[in-house]
Design a protein around this ligand. Structure first.
Ligand code: NAD
Length: 326
């Protein structure tokens, strides 16, 4: 086997193992920074050596296999991942790909990238009937009873709509700190960060655990339009979701130029720690549904959106501080 092939295999094995620890077991053993670096190396090697392509590579797959203990939910449309940008240049390169494909500059919506767990909520005739995790993108775990315990998820909508929405369940920093203080007193293992605490709380069979953990959600997208007619853009969808009493994030911004997008990423790189919840980046989305459709999808992510990830030092410092204080 060539050295390149060996390195690719080694990276695939390592990233599959880390993915399982993070997504399935809620117990990561390396920092997100380390994971992202290895993933970038694998993406580059696979780009340079298309002869080693594999549809089983972690670069082509979303999340990880759902836990056996849960009922399974098949998503009507796949719940995908997002491509990553680590610098202004990466954001500009995304913009160039988009404008080249659309032959014009689209309107973008910029949002905070909440560091939690992706969820899908289904409503039938205005009633909340099912809630699921992303799982492997196609099949998720049924966590309806746990999600019912989250106060910010409406159990009934003001009108009898049938639709599916997507969002992020998260643990506010204050709840996380209180939880870890209580666990330390009880001699229990501490959670590494709010993301793992939220995921660990929702992926339990006993809903009393989730109920006691003070979780929250932000809804960030319409999954299936269902009975909601005539919505033609993401920003319109979010406005309708607000009217239906979903909690969306108010810090979103509509940007007409890529400079505005970059200014938004810079602002939040500076101010992320002012928020009462953790964010790990900014999500940039092309607003118009027609433009989104034209841009399409890769196996793993939409071509009309990208996640700008904040520089790494802060993330690793936070993780180290937690480890030191344990
Ligand atoms: P991602 O985190 O890069 O982006 C996709 C996710 O962003 C969505 O599924 C959604 O849950 C979330 N999101 C938050 N706010 C959003 C918003 N406003 N709009 C849209 N989506 C929003 O991709 P991923 O596949 O979920 O995870 C990959 C990342 O997870 C890695 O980059 C790494 O940081 C981390 N990870 C870490 C380890 C580890 O061992 N430390 C292992 C696997 C993954």
């Amino acid at each position: 086997m060539s050295n390149v092939k060996k390195r690719i295999e080694a990276l695939r094995n390592l990233l599959t193992q880390y993915g399982k620890e993070y997504y399935t077991l809620d117990n990561p053993t390396v920092s997100d920074y380390e994971y992202d670096q290895l993933m970038q190396e694998l993406i580059q090697l696979e780009d340079q050596h298309p002869e080693h392509f594999s549809s089983n590579s972690p670069t082509q797959r979303v999340g990880s296999t759902p836990l056996e203990k849960f009922e399974k939910v098949t998503h009507t449309t796949p719940m995908l991942s997002l491509g990553n940008a680590f610098s202004k240049e990466d954001v500009r390169a995304f913009h160039e790909r988009v404008t080249e494909s659309l032959q014009m500059t689209p309107t973008y919506v910029c949002e905070l990238k909440i560091d939690g767990l992706a969820i899908s909520l289904t409503y039938e005739n205005g009633q909340f009937v099912r809630g699921a995790t992303r799982g492997d993108g196609v099949i998720g775990e049924d966590i309806t009873s746990n999600l019912r315990t989250i106060q910010t998820i409406p159990l009934a909508l003001p009108t009898a709509e049938t639709l599916e929405v997507r969002g992020e369940a998260y643990m506010p920093i204050q709840s996380f700190e209180r939880l870890n203080e209580a666990r330390a007193k009880a001699g229990e293992a501490l959670f590494a960060n709010p993301r793992n605490a939220a995921a660990g709380s929702l992926r339990q069979l006993d809903p009393k655990i989730a109920a006691s953990r003070h979780l929250a959600v932000f809804i960030y997208a319409l999954g299936e339009q269902g009975t909601l007619d005539g919505i033609t853009s993401h920003s319109e969808a979010l406005a309708r979701l607000d009217e239906l009493n979903f909690v969306t994030n108010r810090e979103r911004r509509i940007c007409e130029t890529i400079e505005e997008v970059i200014a938004y990423t810079e602002y939040w790189t500076e101010h992320r720690h002012d928020l009462p919840y953790e964010i790990d980046g900014i999500v940039i989305k092309v607003d118009s549904f027609e433009d989104q459709e034209q841009l399409g999808y890769t196996a793993k992510s939409p071509r009309w959106s990208i996640a700008y990830k904040f520089p790494a030092e802060e993330v690793t410092t936070v993780i180290r501080d937690v480890e030191l204080s344990v």
